[in-house]
Design a protein around this ligand. Structure first.
Ligand SMILES: [Fe+2]
Ligand SMILES: [Fe+2]
Length: 298
């Protein structure tokens, strides 16, 4: 009766063409490794949470072969939305849950129950969001706010059901992985040229450290060396080891936060790992785990 997680299956069996970034490296024939690792790890009475980026299928027809692949594997499956899961409209989650009753559970604005040997847990979660230098900070904060509200709804549904032990799931890393000292951002934060220069100097140190050992903790420690006056002004910088999502995890007392989305060695250290302020953080993106389901507990 173990609990597992695995993110980023990135299946595309029903798509007209395999997405270009899935044609090389660890992604070549990765479906076969998913299947083999899954079968040798997960039993029929285990539970596994798939933390998003499940399918590239955009239509019902394109999605079907990916669902069939999944349903042929053992275990109770719980799904979470990723940024690639275009088939899943968050507002229509109840329809998906009706359609797949008894075979898949879609985690959104609701919760699932998992009973370990010693405790009864609520499995809660949402896609989440973080700043990756791909959009404006303003847009990022808007999405973060929406996802934080969805996460609260998930926790609250579990609390209403009388549950008090939580394992929390996100697709995106819980904190913004890339320190965003773009010139645009520096201007938006009203920084002087001198302050911007300090940020850029620190960015170089940060990047060399990140590329050296991919250790998220170093990233956090490094950023904490920022001058106090900059910390106060650049709120996004000081949020690197906290975010609305970590705050909610701490507020409700989640034991563990599981997340994925980070791909490639240079991104594995993007966010928190291990114990941070009483919450355990674990990355489970497919390529990070070499597509072997991660055992959270039993
Ligand atoms: Fe993703
Ligand atoms: Fe992904």
């Amino acid at each position: 009766m173990a609990l597992y997680a695995l993110g980023d299956l990135h299946l595309s069996f029903g798509c007209p063409e395999r997405p270009a970034n899935l044609k090389k490296g660890v992604w070549r024939d990765h479906e076969e490794r998913i299947r083999n690792n899954w079968i040798s790890t997960v039993s029929e009475d285990d539970t596994i949470v798939l933390t998003g980026d499940f399918s590239h299928g955009k239509t019902e027809e394109q999605l079907r072969p990916d669902i069939d692949f999944l349903l042929a594997l053992p275990g109770r499956k719980i799904m979470l939305r990723g940024n690639h899961d275009m088939f899943w409209d968050a507002k229509k989650t109840s329809k998906l849950n009706e359609k797949y009753t008894g075979s898949l559970f879609f985690l959104q604005d609701n919760h699932a129950v998992y009973e370990s040997k010693s405790k009864k847990y609520a499995l809660v979660g949402t896609k989440g969001y973080c700043f990756e230098n791909l959009d404006s900070l303003e847009h990022c904060m808007k999405l973060e706010e929406r996802e934080a509200a969805r996460l609260r709804r998930s926790f609250d549904s579990a609390v209403s059901a009388g549950l008090g032990n939580f394992i929390m799931f996100l697709h995106y890393p819980p904190t913004s992985p890339i320190w965003p000292p773009t010139p645009e951002l520096c201007r938006a934060l009203g920084m002087s040229r001198k302050e911007e220069a300090v940020i850029r100097r620190d960015e170089r140190a940060l990047l060399s450290k990140r590329n050296g050992d991919n250790n998220g903790h170093n990233l956090v420690i490094n950023l904490k060396k920022l001058p106090r006056e900059l910390k106060n002004r650049a709120s996004c910088v000081t949020q690197i080891d906290s975010s609305p999502f970590t705050e909610i995890a701490e507020e409700y007392g989640a034991e563990t936060v599981i997340y994925s989305h980070a791909h490639g060695k240079e991104r594995f250290g993007d966010s928190l790992s291990g114990n941070v302020r009483g919450v355990r953080y674990q990355l489970v993106s497919g390529d990070y785990l070499d597509f072997r389901p991660y055992k959270i507990m039993e």
